[in-house]
Write a protein that binds this ligand. Structure first.
Ligand code: NAG
Length: 678
């Protein structure tokens, strides 16, 4: 009986060259039966996207190329351990697909690219295939077939493109066309795109997903592994670029090497990345930057301790292993589900087709590295957490990154903004904190706090908790590096101003951070638009809670908190499971009026199923209270927010560990007291 593909994936270690080939071959083999008769389309499911079905099926075909091309390139160069017949089958299938998909007379023709078309994204991988393997994807083609490929791909040069990372897809298409000497290559468009994307750079290697001067404040995994570091690292490997565009290549190399120091803050020592922003279903594409750095020969250029192939390979390998090990990433037939750790459409984008998750294959680039490369020769090393800062301000993305003992990486966040009305954009970019262990949650509906999934969020309701407002666009955001504080403000309704101070933990108690919220109601607004009362809610991370609350020990005393328990009082909420402990405590002090010090209620909200991207059942510890409407009123809530992650989540946290961290008196810094009463 053949071994199920999913089992092969689980038993192949990506850290060795042979294991990585075995894993990639299994993942790609799982796609073969799902290719269309002409091989130009991949059919993996029935869910929809905003673009047409042909583009969706092309997407499946083309994204797989990010694994197919390095696999074929590496196998051609030296022995890989993968069965030669399987390699031949893969090679034929993806070549046939290219031939048929670009043939206007064929039933599976992909159709001419239109303005701002999904086909543009998919052209990137095809450009890469032509660049890396002309011997497979160009030379064997007849002159008519070559003409079809060149015309279909070259059409991108006459089309309108979004002013985002998409421009890299056209660059990659043009590099492919240039490599094979196609007449549809446009140097003019290529250099215009590259010059345009220079306006995305902020500092320290960070690029926004659009021109900085136009106010784009979106810096996520597209700024890193998905595009804006990954693609430049491929670009600098191109010989013509090295010769004709040397200064830019040098700039890209420098930025890429510098970026490592900040980017590492988004990873914990279990290999988990901090989920942040959109397109989380691309999964281990999150780590594609690390092998791309090696591919461009830049591992040594990064700062200590990241100038080591064993260290960077470790970040990459543990992330892939972690994803493959999550129940629900792979279906039984070895294909990817749509979701993050489990099948979940709530968190996906309007553009995630069933083939979309195969962008994960960006991380399979090391297959193209020779066995003599340091990437394969080095032993995988643990993340040297003790050599990395436990608190670091990342100015460009507006983050304060915290590494709590290595097994928990999280960020406090303020100032990002989704560039358009994307699905759950507010939750993906504007929560107050994001965590490698707890992820983030998105709403499943619009009735009540359970469906709104208000983890790491300060939210307000003017209808008694039926619907909640959360920020999507801030009025202001500022990082005070000296104090370790992010301030921001927004207006849920005209005349209601919300200001928030997010304060980094004290180095001695990394489980705790402080948030202060000040809500000001202006007189004019109070008279007209503001309702009689406002319900506010401040929430911790969402902790996985398999039993949810039914079987938990409900505690009577605050100092009894411990493993697998729940505690709420007028000023506190706490909940712990085998996956971690979260809590929140009202520490509002003198700056608040008497009424602000009362009537807070701690609640543990059993959030709607499948709202969290990591765990299908979660609970959030919240402080909630109702603010009386009073013209000119100012209300203050200062919360101390708690989070702890077990070193081993099959064992969980011990009551002793939890209590030791929980029984810290978290203080409101003097300067914050002053700022709040100013
Ligand atoms: C797809 O392309 C190949 C190569 O041109 C061809 O041999 C094959 O028959 C095509 N498949 C279909 C279903 O047309």
């Amino acid at each position: 009986m053949p071994v199920p593909l999913a089992d092969i994936c689980h038993s192949s270690d990506p850290a060795t060259r042979a294991g990585c080939f075995k894993l990639a071959a299994a993942l790609i083999a799982a796609l073969l039966p799902r290719l269309s008769p002409g091989r130009a389309r991949l059919l993996l499911g029935n869910t929809g996207t905003h673009y047409d079905e042909t583009a969706a099926e092309l997407e499946g075909y083309s994204r797989a190329l990010w694994g197919v091309v390095p696999l074929l390139a590496g196998h051609r160069a030296e022995t890989s351990g993968v069965d030669a017949a399987l390699i031949a089958q893969i090679e034929c299938a993806w070549r046939d697909g290219l031939i048929n998909g670009t043939d206007p007379a064929h039933a599976e023709y992909w159709g001419a690219v239109r303005d701002r078309d999904q086909r543009m994204v998919e052209m990137c991988a095809i450009g890469f295939a032509l660049t890396k393997l002309p011997g497979v994807f160009w030379e064997p083609l007849t002159s008519q077939q070559r003409e079809n490929v060149a015309r279909w791909l070259g059409d991108i040069n006459g089309r309108e493109m979004p002013r985002t990372n998409w421009r890299w897809f056209r660059v990659m298409a043009n590099i492919g066309l240039r490599t094979v000497g196609a007449s549809t290559y446009s140097a003019e468009v290529l250099y215009a795109d590259l010059d345009f994307m220079d306006t995305f750079h902020v500092e320290r290697g960070w690029n926004a997903d659009g021109p900085v001067e136009e106010g784009v404040k979106q810096m996520d995994y597209y700024s890193a592994s998905f595009a804006l570091q990954f693609a430049p690292l491929l670009y600098v490997c191109d010989e013509v670029a090295q010769r004709d565009d040397a200064a830019r290549c040098q700039r890209f190399r420098k930025r890429a090497a510098q970026f490592a120091e900040d980017f590492v803050c988004w990873f914990d020592d279990a290999g988990r990345a901090v989920p942040f922003g959109r397109s989380m279903t691309y999964r281990f594409a999150m780590v594609a930057y690390w092998p791309a750095l090696a591919y461009a020969g830049l591992t040594d250029a990064a700062a200590k301790p990241l100038n080591n192939a064993g260290v960077t390979k470790g970040i990459w390998a543990r992330n892939i292993r972690w994803f493959i090990g999550q129940r629900g990433v792979l279906r039984d037939d070895g294909t990817f589900s749509i979701g993050y750790t489990y099948e979940n459409l709530f968190l996906t984008e309007n553009y995630n087709s069933p083939g979309s998750p195969y962008w994960a294959f960006l991380a399979l680039l090391p297959l193209a590295l020779p066995s003599t490369h340091a990437w394969w020769r080095s032993e995988e090393k643990a993340l040297p957490s003790s050599e990395l800062p436990s608190i670091k301000a990342l100015k460009p993305p507006g983050h304060i990154a915290i590494r709590h003992g290595g097994n928990h990486a999280y960020v406090l966040s303020a100032g990002q903004q989704p560039a358009y009305r994307m699905r759950h954009g507010a939750q993906k970019y504007c929560k107050l904190a994001y965590s490698s262990a707890f992820g983030y949650s998105v709403p499943t509906g619009a009735s009540g706090d359970e469906q709104h999934a208000l983890d790491s969020t300060f939210a307000l309701s003017d209808d008694g908790g039926e619907t909640f407002k959360v920020p999507r666009q801030l009025r202001s955001a500022h990082l005070d590096e000296a104090r370790g504080c992010l301030t921001s403000s927004w207006m849920p309704w005209p005349g209601v101003l919300v200001e928030t101070w997010l304060v980094a933990p004290a180095p001695s108690s990394l489980a705790w951070h402080v948030r202060a919220h000040r809500v000001t109601v202006t007189d004019a607004a109070a008279k007209t638009t503001v309702p009689a009362a406002l319900l506010i809610s401040d929430g911790s991370f969402a902790v996985s809670d398999r039993a949810q609350q039914g079987e938990k020990r409900r505690l009577e005393q605050r100092d009894q908190v411990g493993a697998d328990s729940i505690y709420t009082s007028s000023s506190t909420a706490f909940v712990a499971s085998h996956k971690g402990a979260v809590g929140i405590r009202d520490i509002t002090l003198g700056s608040a009026s008497e009424s602000d010090k009362q009537r807070t209620q701690g609640v543990v909200v059993p959030v709607d199923a499948s709202s969290n991207i990591i765990a299908p059942r979660t609970s959030v510890a919240c402080l909630q209270k109702t603010l009386a409407r009073a013209p000119g009123a100012r209300h203050i809530l200062v919360s101390a927010v708690f989070a702890m992650v077990p070193r081993d989540d099959t064992v969980g946290l011990s009551t002793d560990e939890i209590r030791k961290a929980w029984e810290v008196d978290v203080e409101v810094p003097k300067w914050l007291e002053e700022a709040l009463s100013a």
